[in-house]
Design a protein around this ligand. Structure first.
Ligand code: HAS
Length: 565
């Protein structure tokens, strides 16, 4: 690793991966990341207001509804921010690893995707802001939104399919130019992520096109609630891995370089991502354990499959720890755990995701609790679940996205991550951890005491059990406030790095780890996408055919639209 120079805060920035994006690629990536930050700001504003109202600290003015803010919060953050940020990040790594730049055709697909997604977001926002789509980010029927909301979100999905063409075609271009070679790990993982995404979004696209849009237009009077929710969760659980896999890419591929180490294995990460393609979709029924109309046998089958989807995360924990240990030992770490002290904790590009990894341990355990058929009865529809996804998505994944931002913005903009900004980033990451510990911890605890989710208040607040909720609500309110401070700090740092940080004389490093030299070449069958797509479709058919057949054989009478806000 002699090509690396020290940055001053422990990581490595200058070396043979010095990189400047081609101008047109830079614009495409910047458009995605910039749009994502706008959504982050909007979602965070709605989030803090909604938390303070939910915990009784403030009363919202009558012009703003609780469910309206909750919808704005969920859609802006869980759907819009993530999708734009992920696609921008994947474009950056794919451009870097498939030859240094995208082709004009690949860029054209990327821009088509961007325009469709941005227009779709704008369409969906109109009814949210006019309180005509307060249906939350899961848009469960029979709550009915304005057609603009469904059409807008459908455009976001279609746009993301166009973006996937960019990634698939860049990968194919590289493959054709390098026959017989093992593909770049970043690009391989980006392709796997987008394959998963395209297969899972088919479910929500069918739900939109055949059920929700015709119903919201008034072309059909009633909607089959069970069918629509089953289609949603066919998509909905894989969606969480669409959020997680880009974080895993950063952990697997970018971080080894930052810690002056090497990627522990070239095959294991590929196998991990294949397992995600196979197991992340046929598990959606674990969100519907309590719903009637679906045979418990199939709920149990999908419970078992859910435990299979945990395996690639265990493999990831093993690989990442092995990478850390090798890096630490190569830098003089002695004894059983001496290597831990050698990691660059003073480099925010490493520290923020590292904190996310540590917190992913309890977050993942929470997921396993949720997936346990019987235990789910205790936590379902309580604030525990809200705590779970704030610890997974809003902690582990988002802390990694902060780390990615601190790495990517300086490369994109040709500017320096100054020591002062690095220090402020560390403060920001810890602010986030403290805020989330209070908020998500409070949600987990109060959920176990039975406080329901998805509602603004209960009519049994004076019951003795409900009285026990109040200290946790206070913790949630404090946590929400601290988290908002964390977002403001993040956006200040991002804006500084984007517009004002000193320009660099030489290109920055875009860190891409190298595999340990003695690694065997990954088996070629790991690159045979058609095999894995085929197996994934087989597993989906196995897990979903009977539930859907049952829903068709015994159709529910269908629900009339409801508007509860
Ligand atoms: Fe989940 C509900 C089960 C992971 C997100 N989940 C949700 C919802 C969201 C969400 C948004 O089975 C709510 C949806 C709604 O609005 O209704 N979840 C799981 C399981 C996992 C899991 C089994 N979820 C996630 C991730 C998410 C996410 C990741 C977002 C990114 N989830 C459920 C279930 C429900 C659910 C039920 C429905 C509940 C209900 O009743 O409504 C697994 O994938 C988790 C596996 C993870 C691990 C952790 C491995 C640890 C690693 C860290 C290594 C650390 C290192 C650092 C190397 C087993 C990889 C060093 C460490 C040191 C300690 C030094």
């Amino acid at each position: 690793m002699s090509d690396l120079q020290n940055t001053g805060f422990g990581g490595a920035t200058v070396g043979k991966s010095d990189f400047r994006f081609q101008r047109d690629d830079q614009l495409l990536i910047q458009a995605h990341i910039g749009f994502a930050y706008l959504a982050l700001l909007l979602g965070a504003l709605a989030g803090v207001l909604q938390t303070l109202q939910r915990t009784g600290v403030i009363s919202l003015p009558s012009a703003l509804g609780y469910y309206q803010l909750l919808t704005l919060h969920g859609v802006s953050l869980a759907l819009v921010f993530t999708t734009f940020f992920i696609i921008g990040f994947l474009f950056s790594g794919v451009a870097k690893t498939t030859g240094g730049e995208l082709t004009p055709r690949e860029r054209a697909w990327g821009w088509t995707g961007f325009v469709l997604m941005a227009a779709g977001t704008a369409l969906a926002l109109i009814p949210i802001l006019t309180n005509d789509a307060s249906v939350l980010y899961t848009f469960y029927a029979p709550l009915k939104a304005s057609p603009l909301f469904y059409v807008g979100l459908t455009a976001v999905v279609v746009g993301s399919w166009c973006s996937s063409v960019t990634i698939f075609s860049a990968f194919r271009r590289w493959r054709r130019a390098h026959p017989g070679e093992s593909s770049p790990l970043f690009a391989y993982m980006a392709v796997a992520t987008m394959i998963l995404w395209v297969i899972c979004t088919l479910g929500v696209a069918i739900e939109m096109l055949f059920l929700l849009i015709p119903w919201s237009m008034g072309w059909t009077e009633r909607v089959d609630v069970s069918l629509s929710r089953t289609l949603f969760w066919y998509f909905g659980h894989a969606l969480v891995y669409f959020w997680l896999l880009p974080a895993y890419i950063y952990w697997y591929v970018n971080i080894p370089r930052l810690i002056k180490g090497r990627i522990f294995s070239n095959s294991l990460p590929r196998l991990t991502f294949i397992l995600f393609i196979l197991y992340s979709i046929p598990v959606g029924l674990h969100h519907q354990f309590n719903e009637p109309g679906i045979d418990s046998v199939w709920k149990f089958v999908q419970t078992v499959l859910t435990f299979f989807v945990v395996i690639p995360s265990f493999l990831t924990a093993f690989s990442i720890l092995a990478t850390f240990e090798l890096a630490g030992r190569s830098q003089g770490g002695k004894g059983l755990l001496g290597w831990i002290t050698k990691l660059p904790y003073k480099d925010v590009r490493f520290l923020a995701p590292f904190l996310g990894m540590v917190l992913f341990v309890p977050a993942g355990i929470g997921g396993i609790i949720n997936a346990s058929y019987q235990l789910n009865q205790v936590v379902h529809n309580t604030l525990w679940v809200t705590g779970h996804f704030h610890l997974t998505l809003a902690t582990s994944v988002i802390l990694t996205f902060f780390g990615i931002s601190y790495m990517l913005i300086p490369v994109l903009r040709g500017r320096t991550l100054t020591p002062a900004m690095n220090r402020l980033g560390i403060v920001q990451a810890f602010t986030w951890v403290i805020g989330m510990a209070l908020m998500s911890g409070g949600m987990h605890a109060v959920g176990l005491l039975g406080e329901p989710r998805r509602i603004s208040y209960t009519t049994y607040n004076d019951h003795p059990v409900a009285q026990m909720w109040f200290p946790y609500r206070q913790a949630m309110a404090w946590g929400g406030g601290i988290l908002f401070t964390g977002i403001v700090l993040f956006l200040i740092i991002a804006a500084y790095l984007w517009f004002f940080a000193p320009k660099t004389e030489t290109p920055n490093e875009y860190p891409i780890g190298e595999v340990t030299p003695d690694q065997p070449k990954p088996p070629l069958f790991l690159e045979r996408w058609s095999i894995w797509i085929g197996v994934a479709v087989g597993l989906i058919l196995f897990a979903y055919t009977m539930p859907f057949v049952q829903l068709f054989i015994h159709p529910a009478p269908g629900a009339l639209p409801m508007r509860t806000w």
